[in-house]
Design a protein around this ligand. Structure first.
Ligand SMILES: Cc1cn([C@H]2C[C@H](O)[C@@H](COP(=O)(O)OP(=O)(O)O[C@H]3O[C@H](C)C(=O)[C@H](O)[C@H]3O)O2)c(=O)[nH]c1=O
Length: 186
């Protein structure tokens, strides 16, 4: 099991051991004990799964306000995504900064998204399945988003977003977004 730091404070990349053979592969994508040994002790209580059919589908940038802010453990099980996080935690050394990560069925990489980050991705292949664990239940009342194309953040997407929900076309920019995240308290 490998865990890597990233440019963004507290965001981690995890790689679980992959056992390949003539049939394909096996990996323990999550093991509470082994993840606890590398410091990931969240009590994940909900599993999510989304399919994005078209290349260029963009979902994001989403978050839930405290007290329903979610830690997410994200993986891509078919296809390839460019997964992007924005640090929204006031006082964080990386506040307002973004970083992108390639997650795919091939690299088996997982992304730990701490509470207080806006999360989104665009698909680089058709028929992308992502699965992710969260440690707070979905709460529509706390569901919020920021614009994926906010010029103050300057996310460099690898391709134009061609498929977006109406919701994702109309999020506010970071400076105008509802934000109750304080670094060290989220
Ligand atoms: C997130 C969620 C959604 N839903 C329902 C609500 C809608 O009727 C439908 C689609 O929801 P939405 O358009 O918010 O789905 P995504 O655009 O994939 O949103 C997710 O994508 C980004 C990348 C995230 O990080 C969040 O987990 C989440 O916001 O599923 C539920 O019933 N439970 C849930 O946990």
């Amino acid at each position: 099991m490998k865990i890597f730091n990233t440019k963004l404070q507290d965001v981690k990349i995890i790689e679980t051991p992959v056992f390949g053979d003539n049939r394909g592969f096996f990996t323990e994508s999550y093991n509470k004990e082994k993840f606890s040994e590398i410091g990931i002790t969240n009590d994940f209580i909900q599993d999510n799964h989304s399919l994005s059919v078209e290349v260029g589908t963009l979902r994001g940038m989403h978050y839930q306000l405290s007290p329903k802010a979610q830690t997410k453990l994200v993986r891509c099980t078919t296809g390839v995504i460019y997964d992007v996080l924005v640090d929204m935690r006031k006082g964080s050394p990386t506040y307002g900064q973004w970083e992108g990560y390639l997650l795919s069925e091939y690299n088996h990489r997982q992304l730990l998204v701490p509470k207080g980050f806006a999360h989104g991705f665009c698909t680089l292949t058709p028929d992308v399945n992502i699965q992710y664990k969260v440690d707070e239940l979905y709460s529509p009342e706390h569901d919020r988003g920021i614009a994926y194309d906010d010029p103050s953040i300057g996310i460099e997407w690898p391709m134009n977003a061609t498929v977006l929900s109406e919701k994702d076309k109309n999020h506010p920019n970071l400076k105008d977004a509802e934000n109750n995240f304080v670094w060290g308290e989220v």
